[in-house]
Design a protein around this ligand. Structure first.
Ligand SMILES: Nc1ncnc2c1ncn2[C@@H]1O[C@H](COP(=O)(O)OP(=O)(O)OP(=O)(O)O)[C@@H](O)[C@H]1O
Ligand SMILES: O=c1ccn([C@@H]2O[C@H](COP(=O)(O)O)[C@@H](O)[C@H]2O)c(=O)[nH]1
Length: 238
């Protein structure tokens, strides 16, 4: 039972989940747990590209960003994802993995720029690629960056690892009567305005026929089970 169901995946890691129980920032035990999950999957020979959100850092500076020009605040958010990407790559290095961070915004002294053929080369070499700075454009999210990069690298699936264990009929953190879907189509998720991912990400994946699995990052072993093709989370499909 160790044959992976996928050869290449795009894993979207929640920035907010990185806080653990802290008010904001990066919780050490949490990032180490995430990296241990990633390591298990990498050892199975799955080619892994990762996009990490920025909510854990951006939330800490959000009060200061109130009233700011939207695009400027969004660039701050993208820079927050660069910090998370660097922390993640460093934790992966400490865990014995080889990771490369590629940024959608030019900051060459810090990380190399995103160049698609180079990213593909790294993946073929078995390196884990972390795509930082989202799409590089304001008015988007890292969910959309995950959809975009997933399509660009020919991933078979986008795995959204978040704080909830799937897509619900309403936000389960606000509505206790919300029920979880085991599968749902992109069109239904968009029509019902299900906010677990933004509509741009859903629409891009739908148009590229790239399925998404939404699952819990805090559930032990969930990523591995999902990679082995076992029932986990919610499948969003065409
Ligand atoms: N219909 C829904 N089903 C599931 N979760 C939902 C739904 N509607 C809203 N949510 C909320 O969406 C959240 C996940 O999406 P969100 O983009 O906020 O976080 P993330 O991607 O985990 O974090 P980050 O943006 O920092 O990477 C869940 O924690 C949940 O509260
Ligand atoms: O392509 C992108 C990606 C992100 N942003 C900004 O960054 C923050 C953090 O990303 P999350 O997906 O919410 O974790 C986001 O709120 C945007 O402000 C962006 O502008 N473009």
């Amino acid at each position: 039972m160790t044959t992976p169901a996928y050869k290449r995946v795009l894993l979207k890691l929640s920035g907010e989940a990185l806080m653990g129980d802290d008010a904001y920032g990066i919780n050490r035990a949490t990032i180490e747990r995430m990296v241990a999950d990633v390591s298990e999957v990498a050892k199975m020979g799955v080619e892994l590209a990762i996009v990490i959100g920025g909510g854990n850092i951006f939330r800490g500076v959000a009060p200061g960003a109130q009233g700011m020009d939207r695009a400027t605040a969004d660039y701050m958010g993208m820079l927050a994802t660069v910090m998370n990407s660097l922390a993640l790559a460093d934790a992966m290095r400490q865990g014995g993995m080889t990771a490369r961070v590629m940024s959608a915004i030019g900051i060459e002294q810090v990380v190399e720029p995103y160049v698609r053929p180079k990213a593909l080369q790294y993946l073929e070499e078995g390196k884990i690629v972390v795509f930082a700075a989202g799409t590089g454009n304001p008015f988007f999210t890292t969910d959309t960056a995950a959809a975009l990069r997933g399509a660009e690298i020919g991933a078979e699936i986008v795995l959204k690892a978040t704080k909830v264990d799937g897509v619900y009929s309403a936000d389960p953190n606000k509505d206790a009567s919300a029920t979880r879907y085991s599968t749902i189509s992109f069109d239904e998720a968009i029509a019902k305005h299900l906010q677990v991912m933004d509509a741009t990400a859903f629409a891009l994946c739908r148009d590229q026929r790239l399925p998404i699995k939404v699952f819990s990052i805090t559930k032990p072993g969930a990523l591995k089970r999902l990679i082995l093709g076992e029932d986990e989370g919610t499948l969003v499909h065409v």
